[in-house]
Write a protein that binds this ligand. Structure first.
Ligand SMILES: [Zn+2]
Ligand SMILES: [Zn+2]
Length: 286
């Protein structure tokens, strides 16, 4: 019926969790050999060909765990490339998220009409995470080798060390610390913080959203997208080098789509950044 709040196509929360997995907690991210194998070949695949692009738009990329894992695998394992860093940079990731930021911003800016009654639907993935899906599919004989016969166990150990991801997070933390989703940040009291910084998950949980908030979030996503585009170009032969504000863009983009658990874990000191409510740690037994 017209007028119902959660219209067709907008799954209730349990369905949404089934489709997307849960947010990555503030803590270590230990990837399995199979996850690294899947993601490494995902990175080498044609992620942006027409049909794959449509699927990835519909599912808003990957689930939160595999979104961070995707970035980690690319940043850790990509040895050589163009641009000032020459490698260990999120090139595939920025191309995909430039596209997804625009897709979600367009959806949020859409006028609600008879046809599109719920612009917030842009925050909800349709279809499963393809890495989760591939991991769950039965073994196909002969297909369980790494990309180009690479030694996936060694690559997994390298990815899990997260040396380069940690460096990226530490180098940029001063720029993103104030833009973390307040609901992802254990240091923010429940319900406090600027709603415009909410991640995709926590925004979706507050549906329906006031129009002003929807448009403000869309503007924020477009602003991140502008910086991500410059970052992508800096990783090509013709692009100019970029500064810290562009280098921060991919962490903000992934924070929006997959929550902030991993960068908070890698780059902030919980004792310092997250004061215990009502005390200065007096109850903390060492
Ligand atoms: Zn997944
Ligand atoms: Zn959040």
């Amino acid at each position: 019926m017209a007028g119902t709040r959660s219209g067709p196509g907008i799954p209730a929360t349990p369905d949404r969790d089934r489709l997307t997995g849960v947010l990555v907690p503030v803590g270590p991210l230990e990837l399995s050999v199979e996850e690294v194998r899947q993601l490494w070949s995902f990175i080498h695949g044609d992620i942006m060909d027409g049909s794959m692009r449509r699927l990835l738009r519909a599912s808003l990329g990957l689930c939160p765990r595999h979104t961070w894992a995707y970035a980690v695998v690319e940043v850790e394992l990509w040895q050589a490339g163009a641009g000032a860093r020459g490698g260990h940079q999120p090139f595939d990731v920025t191309i995909l998220y430039e596209d997804l930021l625009e897709h979600v911003a367009d959806g949020l800016d859409r006028k609600s009409s008879l046809l599109h009654r719920h612009p917030e639907g842009a925050l909800l993935p349709v279809g499963p995470c393809r890495i989760c899906q591939d991991m769950a599919s039965p073994d196909l004989p002969g297909l369980r080798m790494g990309y180009a016969n690479s030694n996936t166990e060694a690559l997994t150990a390298e990815a899990n060390a997260m040396v380069h991801t940690t460096t990226w997070c530490l180098e940029t933390v001063a720029l993103w610390r104030d833009r973390v989703c307040p609901d992802c940040d254990p240091g923010t009291a429940e319900g406090a913080g600027d709603r415009v910084f909410l991640c995709c998950f926590h925004l979706a949980a507050r549906r329906p959203l006031p129009d002003r908030l929807r448009h403000a979030v869309a503007a924020r996503l477009r602003e991140i997208r502008g910086r991500i585009r410059q970052l992508t170009e800096s990783m090509t032969d013709y692009g100019a080098p970029v500064g810290a504000i562009e280098n921060t863009s991919w962490i903000e983009a992934i924070g929006f789509f997959a929550g902030w658990g991993l960068p908070l874990y890698l780059a902030t000191d919980p004792e310092e950044a997250w004061p215990k409510p009502g005390s200065q740690g007096a109850d903390q037994g060492e």
